[in-house]
Design a protein around this ligand. Sequence first.
Ligand SMILES: [Zn+2]
Length: 134
Amino acid sequence: MTDPRPRLSDRDRKRLFRLHNRTCHICGQPIDGVRQAWDIEHVIPRNLLGRHADTDDNMKPAHKSCHREKSKVDAGNLAEANRREDRHIGVHQPKQPVPPGKPLPAGQPARRATEPLTKQLPPRRALYVPEPRR
Ligand SMILES: [Zn+2]
């Protein structure tokens, strides 16, 4: 997932800024475009969706400071997701084979299926029970 990140033109920044009501999607406060630095930011990180993240719904304005804080959280979540995926698909190969466990001690098995049941079974019941008529 290493799609090149396209640089937004000034025209697209302006369009997205207006489309999303000049509001920071992270803190919900209006953005003063003159006094406050702002970015167009991916709501769902581009690292997760690749080029599919580059939609108007997923690209919203945010204060630079809000964006910075969100990116830290996103990076941590992404790293955790990658570690989980690695464990899930077994990426890491152990240098030594996993040692086999100890064999079970010889003796009687704890439970034998061939012994007759001593406990009384509950009475059988029909699977289909017609509803009483009203
Ligand atoms: Zn903000």
